[in-house]
Design a binder for this molecule. Structure first.
Ligand code: ADP
Length: 386
């Protein structure tokens, strides 16, 4: 239970006696000293909890005790002095209350602002969440679309490759038979043939050889598309040194120089990466400019970077502007077969291999001369999804 605290009674504090003494002194002397004493007494009494009613009672008692004619005047001054102190306290108290009320109003206003801001924020958050959810659903739908298109594309590629394989496989044996028959014709009847007929047969043999090479390249293309990637770490410096060794005869014959820079290790299918780089280096030697010695540089500007970017740069005949994309298509060639033999499938194979490794291949003109092929390979390829 809470205990009520009462201010001390006037007698207990000695206030009544002191007040009577002060009033008597003022009445007797009539100067300021008594008044000042009363003022201080009233303040001290207030501090001790003496109420206004008690002061009035004490005052009447003290005034009656003096009982002199001049008492009335003195006692009035005395009482007014005491009441002034109360009045001041009351005003101070009212000011404090007014100030407190203003502070409370200000606080309430701030609280209201805060409540409104919190509400607006929570609505914004709700909107944001809805928007994020909507966008996520859109992205998921787009990803699904992409996966489906990818799957269809891969299926398409697969079907094309199977078709190419079937056609080239079926074409190979009759073409081989034609070659055999032409050889037999030359062997058995060549000596008795007129010069014109022999030339015609020789031209047919050359055409058949070209057809066979085309068929072999087509088979190699469909094999590349079909083949599953067998991924392992492939140190490209070792691989390219071995490619250069395999092409030794062509390099010697073309009077070319092959320079290998520092090359990184990537994760990939060694057999397929060998086909890719072999095609690029062989092309660089084949498409050399007869007017200057060929130099082929294979390098990587930043061997630590991922993906690795390998450049194959030559000083050959170059590629006309605007043809850079086209040459990666099937059977696309920029030069006459008689000048530069080939099937137009090598770069298409390179592109398939780079894409299967999640990489890319591009071409750009060299600075002032020749061509630069740029092969991008992730260092940790995982291959396309099945
Ligand atoms: P192929 O070499 O059998 O003709 P590719 O697919 O390898 O077929 O190349 C396609 C065409 O791109 C070539 O016929 C040639 O016109 C051009 N090309 C390829 N590599 C080079 C190169 N290093 N310099 C100039 N042209 C090139």
């Amino acid at each position: 239970m809470m205990e009520t605290v009462h201010p001390p009674a006037a007698d207990e504090t000695g206030f009544a006696g002191d007040y009577a003494a002060a009033l008597a002194a003022h009445a007797a002397q009539g100067d300021e000293t008594g008044l000042t004493a009363a003022f201080q007494l009233a303040r001290a009494g207030m501090a001790l909890g003496v109420s206004l009613t008690e002061i009035c009672e004490i005052h009447q008692g003290a005034a009656a005790a003096i009982a002199a004619p001049e008492t009335a005047q003195c006692s009035e001054e005395f009482l007014l002095e005491a009441l002034t102190v109360y009045d001041m306290a009351l005003r101070g108290h009212l000011d404090t209350i007014r100030q407190l009320r203003q502070e409370v109003e200000e606080r309430q206003r701030i609280e209201e602002d805060l409540r409104l801001a919190t509400f607006a924020l929570s609505r914004q958050r709700d909107n944001l969440e809805t928007e994020v959810e909507k966008r996520t659903q859109q992205v998921v739908a787009m990803l699904d679309d992409l996966h489906r298109t990818n799957k269809e594309l891969m299926q398409n590629n697969q079907e094309q490759a199977e078709f190419a394989y079937a056609v080239s496989h079926d074409l190979k044996s009759p073409t081989n038979t034609v070659r055999m028959l032409l050889n037999a014709l030359v062997e058995d009847y060549g000596a008795g043939m007129p010069e014109g007929a022999r030339e015609l047969v020789a031209m047919q043999s050359a055409t058949v050889e070209r057809m066979l090479r085309l068929i072999d390249d087509l088979l190699s293309y469909s094999n590349t598309v079909d083949a599953e990637l067998v991924l392992a770490p492939v140190p490209l410096d070792r691989l390219l040194a071995s490619v250069a060794a395999d092409l030794f005869a062509e390099i010697e014959e073309g009077g070319a120089e092959v320079v290998l820079g520092a090359l990184p290790e990537v994760r990939g299918d060694e057999t397929q990466l060998r086909i890719l780089f072999q095609n690029l280096v062989a092309n660089a030697i084949k498409f050399r400019d007869p007017g200057r010695p060929q130099k082929v540089e294979i390098s990587c500007a930043d061997p630590a970077a991922d993906p690795a970017v390998i450049t194959v740069r030559d000083r050959g005949i170059g590629i006309p502007p605007g043809q850079g994309e086209r040459i990666f298509g099937l059977f696309q060639r920029l030069h006459a077969h008689d000048d530069y033999p080939g099937s137009g499938l090598g770069l298409a194979i390179c592109k398939r291999i780079a894409t299967k490794h999640d990489g890319a291949i591009g071409v750009e003109p060299g600075e002032g001369e020749g061509t630069v092929f740029r092969v991008t390979l992730p260092r940790h390829a995982e291959g396309p999804e099945p």
